[in-house]
Design a protein around this ligand. Structure first.
Ligand SMILES: *Cc1c(COP(=O)(O)O)cnc(C)c1O
Length: 450
C-alpha cells in the first residue's frame, strides 16, 4: 500500500502526508486537507464486517487509509482503546433504522472522531518526541469530546475556550471537572468570539513556542474516523450489495463528509439525506446553485447545528470538482447535478423538530433528541419523495439526556441519564475566566504555559 496524499482545497499549498495534515490542522494557504484518492474496500470485505465489533470494523477501514504511515499493530490497539463502548443500530419500523452514536464518554457522536484523533496525535508526537498544545473553541459538544479524548495523554496540553452563557451546565461540567492537562477558559462573549480568538492565536508568531494545533472539524483527523460508522451501520442492516440511504443531521458537514468518503471507498450508498435546521444555506445552494452564508447563524433547538457557513463545505465542493475558498466564495462550480443526485438536502424548523420528537415517541416509543429528530424528519421527506424502496439508517448524534428540557416538554417523560453524564454532576469545576480581547488571552497563554 502507498501512503495517502492530502491536498489543500485552496490548491496553493504543497501536498502532505496524513501525519503532517493531522498535526498541521489547516493548510498554509488556509485551505482544508482532502485525500487525493481514496483506497477501495470490496463488497465481500464489507459484508464480512457483519460479525465484527466496532473496533474491528474501525481497524479494517482505517488500515486502508492510515497504514503504513501508522504501523498496523499500533493502529489495532488504538482502535480497541478508542472504541470500548456500544454502537446500537435499532429498527424503528419497516426498513427505517436509527444508529445511536451517543454512547461515548460525552454522549455525542463527536466522541468517535475525537477519541481516535487524540490517540493518533499522541502516536505521532510520541514518535517525534515533541510537545503540542491543542487549542479549540467550542459551542459545547466539540470541547467536551476533545477534552475528554485528550485527557491524561502525555506530551499534550488542551486549552478549550467556551462562551460563558451559551454552553449548558452539563456540557460545561464535562470539560471543567477534568483538570490535569486540560485547561478550560470561560469567555464572556459568543462562540464566534471564542473562534476568533483561537484563529488569531494560530496566526500569532509570538506563540510558536507553544506548538499549537487544532482539533476542530477542519482537521482531517476528525473526518477520517467518521467514515467508519457508515460501514458499521451498513454491515448491520444490509444484504449483500444492497444500496442503503443514510440520513445525517448536519451543521459543519463533517459527519456527512465522512459518509461521502466512505462511499468513495466503495460503500453502497444510494443517497445521503442532509438534514439541517433553520440554517438552510446548503439547501438553498443545492436548489439554486448560488451560495450565501447566513450571518449571524440562526439559533435553533438543535444547537450543535447552528452553523451559517459550514466549514466542511469547501471539502464537499472539492469532492465534486469545484473550488470554494475559506470565506465561502466559489471559484469553480462543482458538478451540481451529481450533488443533487447524491444528496437530498432538507431544512427543518424548530416546530417540526419538536413535532417529530413527539410523534416518533407516540408511535414507536423511541426517544429522539433535537438533532436526531431533524434527521428523522429528513427520512420522512425522503420516503415521501422517493417511495418505500430500500433501507434508511438515520444517525442519532447525541443522547436525549443532553436535552432534558426539550424532551420533557415534547413527550412528558424524563429520560434516563447515562453514567457518562451523571458522573460529573457533583464534581468540582476548575476554569479560568477571560474577556473577549485577544491581548488578554495571549498574555494568559504566555504566562501560564511558556
Ligand atoms: C456537531 C454535532 C452535529 C453536527 O455535525 P457536523 O459534523 O458539524 O455536521 C450534529 N449533532 C450533534 C449532537 C453535534 O454535536
Amino acid at each position: 500500500m502507498d501512503k495517502m496524499i492530502f491536498y489543500s482545497t485552496n490548491l496553493s499549498a504543497p501536498e502532505v502526508s496524513f501525519e503532517d495534515a493531522l498535526l498541521g490542522g489547516i493548510a498554509p494557504d488556509k485551505g482544508l486537507y482532502m485525500p487525493r484518492r481514496m483506497p477501495h474496500i470490496g463488497i465481500d470485505e464489507i459484508i464480512g464486517m457483519r460479525g465484527m465489533s466496532y473496533a474491528q470494523v474501525a481497524f479494517a477501514v482505517l488500515r486502508k487509509v492510515l497504514c503504513p504511515g501508522v504501523d498496523s499493530g499500533s493502529l489495532r490497539r488504538i482502535c480497541e482503546d478508542a472504541y470500548d463502548f456500544e454502537v446500537p443500530v435499532e429498527r424503528v419500523s419497516g426498513e427505517d433504522y436509527i444508529m445511536r452514536l451517543d454512547r461515548g464518554p460525552t454522549a455525542s457522536f463527536k466522541d468517535f472522531a475525537a477519541r481516535l484523533m487524540a490517540r493518533l496525535v499522541q502516536y505521532f508526537t510520541g514518535k517525534q518526541k515533541r510537545d503540542i498544545m491543542i487549542l479549540t473553541a467550542t459551542s459545547g459538544d466539540t470541547g467536551s469530546a476533545v477534552a475528554q479524548a485528550f485527557f491524561g495523554l502525555e506530551n499534550i496540553r488542551v486549552v478549550v475556550l467556551f462562551p460563558k452563557d451559551e454552553v449548558s451546565e452539563r456540557q460545561r461540567k464535562q470539560m471543567t471537572t477534568l483538570g490535569g492537562n486540560v485547561t478550560c477558559v470561560s469567555v464572556s462573549g459568543t462562540f464566534d468570539d471564542c473562534q476568533a480568538m483561537v484563529k488569531e492565536a494560530f496566526c500569532d508568531d509570538g506563540l510558536s513556542g507553544l506548538n499549537l494545533s487544532s482539533a476542530n472539524s477542519i482537521n482531517i483527523g476528525r473526518l477520517i474516523p467518521q467514515m467508519v460508522y457508515y460501514f458499521y451501520g451498513y454491515s448491520r442492516v444490509a444484504d449483500k450489495g444492497e444500496e442503503v440511504v443514510f440520513s445525517v443531521p448536519s451543521g459543519n458537514f463533517g459527519d456527512l463528509m465522512g459518509g461521502l468518503l466512505a462511499r468513495e471507498m466503495g460503500l453502497p450508498v444510494a443517497r445521503f439525506v442532509a438534514a439541517v435546521n433553520e440554517n438552510d444555506e446548503f439547501v438553498k445552494f443545492v436548489e439554486t446553485g448560488s451560495y450565501s452564508k447566513i450571518v449571524p447563524s440562526r439559533n435553533c433547538v438543535s444547537n450543535a447545528m447552528n452553523v451559517g457557513h459550514p466549514s466542511n463545505l469547501s471539502r464537499l465542493v472539492a469532492l465534486y470538482g469545484g473550488q470554494m475558498d475559506e470565506t465561502g466564495r466559489i471559484l469553480k462550480m462543482p458538478r451540481m447535478d451529481d450533488i443533487r443526485e447524491d444528496i437530498f438536502a432538507v431544512s427543518v424548523s424548530d416546530e417540526e423538530t419538536r413535532d417529530v420528537i413527539k410523534r416518533v415517541y407516540d408511535e414507536f416509543k423511541v426517544v429522539l433528541e433535537p438533532h436526531g429528530a431533524c434527521g428523522w424528519w429528513g427520512v420522512e421527506r425522503f420516503r415521501e419523495g422517493f417511495g418505500d424502496k430500500g433501507k434508511v439508517v438515520c444517525i442519532e448524534t447525541a443522547h436525549p439526556a443532553k436535552f432534558p428540557d426539550e424532551i420533557v416538554k415534547a413527550i412528558g417523560v424524563d429520560v434516563e441519564v447515562p453514567l457518562s453524564i451523571s458522573r460529573v454532576e457533583g464534581m468540582n469545576e476548575k476554569m479560568d475566566a477571560l474577556g473577549v480581547d485577544y491581548s488578554g488571552f495571549r498574555e494568559f497563554l504566555l504566562k501560564r504555559f511558556l
